[in-house]
Design a protein around this ligand. Structure first.
Ligand code: GLA
Length: 732
């Protein structure tokens, strides 16, 4: 079935049916011009109007003012853009404070428009597609009393099991109004048995997979940090109780936004679900002057009836093809070495030179100089905001180390933390007001630093100028953009009292504005995002920066879980994964070089250690692994990724990569603790050509359908804790 948006009328009900070969999304307009949700899921060829919500008297469910019976209530009908105060007691998608103090709204359908292609949203990271690859349905709703127009945007893509939604609100009145809440999407789903899938986490333990029952009441997953944060990824899913990686129904919702976010899952008394996602409305308020508009970020809504792997493939495809804008999105990513865990801030030119030379011997392709090269920074109490070279450590500037790196055939990368300022810095001494603070309140510190108000143009201009001066001073091929604390004492000193609720969103809009400018000015620089590891790893960031440091936790055993969870939404090519030293600085765990390499080689690989401390055996392995990675990089970075065994509820973890024509695959299997009388695990593969014969590691042979249906025993007797195995499959 081709990409289409069909509009029809059945019994006076206007019906919109968005569909492609994979999904259908159906909505309509019912009595009193209510925009109603009918269906989102597996594609259907046509829709007859059969699922019209029954007219039914429900006590304590109010009716419209002109009602002639008690059978039709906003409190029960499944909606697409619900308000509060005119009959619906569930969570509203929109709250607007009007000049008379009322926050009641009631939006009525007023019209629609269909356009080809998908433009990005101005100032916000968002999806994009050419005119033949997507269609957008825009539904216009009007509240005649509040004098507001809402435009709901629904994008369907030719090649994705995904619908993208966003909302825009316009003030048509003559007075200011205040937007207190505007969800990017809201959907009401009939009674069902779905469970909630979420990705909670914490520092060094990001995106852990969790599935739980949905009970009556309202569950909120959110961040109030002005950052998407380590603790709650801007994602949730609804899954059937029996969902596995390869079977079952799964919906996923991912917000393309990096600030405070909120997802609401509400089970009403009739066991219907209302789900919503958008900017967090906590302490949020946006002043909308007459004729002004407010645009919400977008939500990617993916569906699969074939389990979680298939759901992830939709997100991976969307992020790579319709979100990322970097020229490196589809280009091979280099093997890097980062000096952070090797030296922390204790380095000089001589130390770095040794690392660079050794890295070149190890066939590494990019050297990244991390924190500590600027101002007089020797620990994390100083110099953020002073983006000029520390001449004590690097007397010949960055050029000497950049030149050496390039002479040895490698690329050179540099760390920045542009959004931050240290109390002990020239920038803070000159502009203490630039740090986000609330007048008369003491300013909380975190990692001894403050956050610069990127919501303010003059602040951004200063840092931009400084950053450009560094980037123009020598050849820099890569930038790691870090962000190591969240915002407290939130306030924007440029804004009047009635606009303080805008501070958080304005901050993140400022960050986006800066990122757009810097990535446009330096299109050849590969940007990697970071926030104390993966603390702001979201689709908003990936729009500007095609890869992200997944976690400060470089313990390979923990990384199996973190990368497994992250892959639910984000493709392996967006994840930085490095081999680090043992015992691991995060956990004290000692894991051999093979295990560490295999985990790192499952994403954008690299090293986070002092290469001079490697033993001769380890050096040999590192060179072998790097050469293996280079040969297989296309498959790892751009092949189809399948999760096979979850490390969250077993002593193992496993995943695999399959190339586009299914002629090659690599399977990685990790056994954590060695167990006596080892219970044998059967490993069943995915994504192979069922009718093709594959050689496994060059010797044994089996058909694709056998490998996927019957499987094999990958490990018979672990000899020690933390065993890793790699199986390379080649079609013969
Ligand atoms: C954060 C990052 C690390 C490293 C340090 C430097 O914690 O996640 O990778 O860059 O900052 O201070």
């Amino acid at each position: 079935m081709n990409l289409q948006i069909k509009v029809s009328t059945v019994d006076n009900t206007t019906i919109f049916h968005l569909s492609n070969a994979k999904v259908s999304y159906i909505l309509g307009v019912e009595d009193h011009h209510v925009l109603t949700h009918y269906y989102f899921g597996k594609a259907v060829k046509s829709y007859s109007g059969l699922l019209k919500y029954p007219r039914l008297d429900r006590s304590f469910s109010p009716n419209f003012s002109d009602a002639t019976d008690r059978n039709y209530s906003l409190n029960t009908i499944p909606q697409e853009f619900p308000s509060f105060g005119a009959g619906d007691f569930r969570e509203p998608a929109v709250v607007v404070e009007q000049p008379n103090g009322s926050t009641i709204t009631n939006f009525e359908y007023a019209g629609y428009q269909i356009t080809d292609g998908k433009e990005v949203l101005p100032g916000l990271p968002s999806t994009h597609a050419d005119s033949s690859d997507a269609k957008v349905l825009t539904i216009t709703l009007v509240d005649h009393v509040a004098k507001l127009t809402a435009k709901l945007h629904y994008t369907i893509f030719a090649d994705a099991a995904t619908i993208v939604r966003s909302t825009q609100l316009q003030n048509d009145g003559t007075d200011n109004v205040f937007v207190k809440r505007l969800a990017s999407m809201s959907i009401d789903i009939p009674k069902n048995r779905y469970q909630l899938l979420q990705l909670p986490g914490r520092y060094a333990e990001e995106r852990q997979i969790r599935i739980e029952a949905i009970n009556p009441g309202t569950k909120v997953l959110d961040s109030k940090r002005s950052s998407s944060g380590h603790m709650q990824s801007p994602f949730f899913g609804l899954v059937s109780p029996n969902v596995t990686e390869n079977a079952g129904t799964a919906y996923g919702f991912n917000l393309i936004y990096s600030g405070s976010h909120k997802s609401t899952i509400q089970k009403d008394p009739f066991e219907q679900l209302r789900i919503q996602m958008g900017i967090n409305d906590f302490n949020f308020s946006w002043k909308l002057a007459p004729n002004d508009q407010f645009q919400s970020p977008e939500v990617m809504m993916a569906f699969s009836d074939q389990g979680l792997n298939d759901l992830s493939h939709s997100f991976h495809h969307m992020i790579l093809d319709h979100v990322m804008t970097s020229k490196y999105a589809k280009k091979p990513r280099p093997i890097l070495i980062n000096n952070w865990e090797a030296t922390y801030m204790d380095f000089d030119e001589a130390k770095l030179e040794k690392i660079v030379k050794k890295a070149a011997d190890l066939d590494i392709e990019l050297f990244v100089l991390d924190d500590g090269w600027f101002g007089h920074r020797n620990d994390d109490t100083t110099s953020l905001g002073d983006w000029y070279v520390n001449k004590k450590k690097l007397p010949r500037g960055l050029t000497a180390i950049s030149d050496l790196t390039h002479q040895l055939g490698m690329k050179f990368g540099l760390w920045f933390e542009p959004e931050m300022v240290s109390k002990d810095s020239d920038l803070y001494r000159a502009h203490p007001d630039w740090a986000i603070h609330t007048p008369n309140r003491p300013l909380s510190v975190a990692r001894d630093q403050y956050v610069l108000d990127f919501g303010r143009q003059e602040v951004r201009d200063n840092v931009f100028k400084q950053m450009c001066a560094v980037l123009d001073s020598t050849t820099i091929d890569y930038v790691k953009w870090d962000m190591n604390r969240n915002i407290t004492e939130l306030y924007n000193i440029d804004l009047p009292a009635d606009q303080q609720g805008e501070a958080a969103h304005r901050y993140i809009l400022g960050v986006y504005d800066f990122m757009a400018k810097i990535t446009t000015r330096y299109p050849n620089i590969l940007f990697e995002g970071c926030s104390g590891g993966g603390g702001r790893f979201d689709a908003g960031m990936l729009y500007y920066m095609p890869q992200y440091w997944t976690s400060d936790n470089t313990d390979a055993v923990e990384r199996v879980k973190i990368q497994y969870g992250t892959s639910l939404v984000y493709p392996p090519v967006s994840m930085g994964a490095h081999v680090s030293k043992v015992p691991n600085p995060n956990t004290g765990r000692d894991v051999d070089i093979h295990f560490r390499s295999l985990v790192a080689n499952s994403a954008d690989t690299g090293y986070e250690l002092d290469p001079l401390t490697l033993s001769d055996d380890e050096v040999k392995t590192v060179i072998q692994e790097n050469n293996w990675y280079k040969k297989n990089r296309e498959l790892i970075q751009f092949g189809q990724f399948y999760r096979l065994i979850s490390p969250f509820n077993t002593n193992q973890g496993s995943w695999m990569f399959v190339n586009a024509d299914q002629s090659r695959a690599v399977v990685m299997f990790f056994n954590m603790m060695s167990e006596p009388s080892y219970p044998l695990t059967v490993l069943k593969l995915q994504g192979l050509d069922p009718d093709a014969k594959y050689a496994i590691n060059g010797h044994q042979q089996a058909m694709g359908d056998e490998l996927m249906t019957i499987g094999f025993y990958p490990l018979v007797k672990p000899e020690h804790d933390f065993t890793s195995l790699k199986f390379e499959l080649t079609k013969i």
